[in-house]
Each structure stands twice: as C-alpha cells, then as structure tokens.
Write a protein that binds this ligand. Sequence first.
Ligand code: AMP
Length: 307
Amino acid sequence: MSLIVVGTMAFDAIETPFGKTDKIIGGSATYVAYCASNFIQPIQQVSIVGYDFPNEVLEDLKSRGVQTEGVEIIKDKKSFFWAGKYHLDMNTRDTLVTDLNVLADFNPVIPESYQGAEFLMLGNLVPAIQKSVIQQLKTRPKLIVLDTMNFWMESALEDLKEVLTMVDVLLVNDAEARQLSGELSLVKAAKKILTMGPKYLIIKKGEHGALLFHGDQIFYAPALPLEDVFDPTGAGDTFAGGFIGHLAKTKDISFENMKTAIIVGSAMASYCVEKFGAERLREITREDIDKRLAQFRELVNFDIELV
Ligand code: AMP
C-alpha cells in the first residue's frame, strides 16, 4: 500500500499578526508528506526543487518513510517561492509574491517504482501537471484527491476543469468553492461542483471547520477552538495529508470512513497552526495525535434527546 504525493516543495515568507518569517520551508507537498507519513509509509513524493532547497529537509523526510526519487533537483534554478500576509482574523490572507522559478518548467516523470500506488494526493500545483501525473499512472489509483487554489482558477481554469473530471475528491476553501461555481450559497456551490467531476467535495472553512459533500449527504467537522493560532500556512495541506493518510492506512474509502478521515485531518491541521511553517508537524508524536483526536471526540460528541 503506498501513497503518491504531488505538489510544491518551496520556500515561504509569512507575515501574521504574531510575527514575520524570512524564507522558511513550505510547499503543498512538504506539508502533506510531513503529515501523512504519520499514518502511511512509504510516501512517494513527486515535486521539484532548486539548488537552494536544504538537503537536510529531504533527509528528514526520507527518515519518515518519504521516498524522494520523484523529487527533481534543478542545479541552476531557485525553488518555488511564495509570500503571504494574513489578515487580523487569520482566516484570510493576501498572496504577496508567487515566484514559480523551477516550477515554470516542471514536467514530472513518475518513477517506475511508484507505479501501482493505490492512493494519489494531488497537492496544490499547476493543473496541467496534476493531469499529466494521472495520465502517467498505468493503473488508476483507488482514490484520487485533488487540492487547488484561486491562483489556478484565475490562470488555468480550463486545465483545472479538465483535471476535475479525472478525480474522486476535491478540496477547496469556501472562497474558492464560490469562485469555481459562481454560487454564493455553499450548498448550491457544492451541488454544482459535484457535477464537474468529483464525487466528493470538501470545503475547508479555516477556524470554522470543514464540510464534506457527497450526493445528498453532508457531514460537518469543526476545527478545534485554539487559544492561539500562530500561522495557518499549510493547514489546508496538512488537513489533506491527514485525510488521505487515514484513508490509505485503513484502505477504506467509504463515506463513513471519510468522516473519520476529516476529523484526523482537522486534528493534524490544529497542530500545524501552532507554530510557523511545518515546525510543529516535525515535532509531534503518535501520542500527541491520539491526544488531539480524543479532544475532537469530546468536542463533537453529543447524544441529545429530541424534544
Ligand atoms: P495552504 O496554507 O494549505 O493553502 O498551503 C500553503 C502552501 O502552499 C505554502 O507552503 C506555499 O508554498 C504553497 N503554495 C502557495 N501558492 C501556491 C501555488 N500557486 N501553487 C502551489 N503551491 C502554492
């Protein structure tokens, strides 16, 4: 059983009301891998970095069961760079810089050793590349999850619509769901998006939790109310890593199990936001994860009388 993770491995510069970082390690696939490796190994990473990406991070990921044969290293170019600034509520942010650098000519070749993977996580990335990865897999994975963002809706909508027809689960935030569907109501947006290809849609609402839509069914999971949210960067990717990591670990892709997977994703995301970048994810242990899952169970467990 293995999981292919595709996405960016990058440098980020982040500004939140609590502080500011220079270039720190980020990227959609970095967060997914750090998170999902707690549940499933090996993870088969597909990405691209420049000469400036620290080997220490690649080694750290390898020690966590992340295979890096599919991570291309370009000797004369810089890694993808993203800079963002969060608003006071920490739920919304502005992108200040997106320097594609190595990403501009990324054309991944899936290593032979990755063929046969049963789970595929297409992290936020150029939609045409997400499509090319699906096309290179000789056997279609049991489950394909796709994450994307407004940047690609604005710059590559047609490619994005095409790749949507090829995946099982789409992950977007509430603003992106509205943008993609042209609907203000999230329920109407979900209905419309579910006609575009994916059978399952997850709408992330930051500190207000996440919604899972499938046919006429809806499931809602809150986010853990935290005293301090330090840096939300990567929370969405971490959520995705926990979600698909749990499904891959249990080999069960039923709607019922997706509910648990959403709680796992939410629990992992709640750790991610406690420190800048992926720092907190690199520290936590299995015990920490279990503790937080138990907190979630307490938070949402009610058995009320119908009156
Ligand atoms: P999230 O906060 O979960 O949306 O993910 C933030 C991560 O996404 C950062 O570490 C960035 O490096 C990465 N990122 C930002 N913009 C893009 C983009 N256009 N394509 C791919 N990855 C991106």
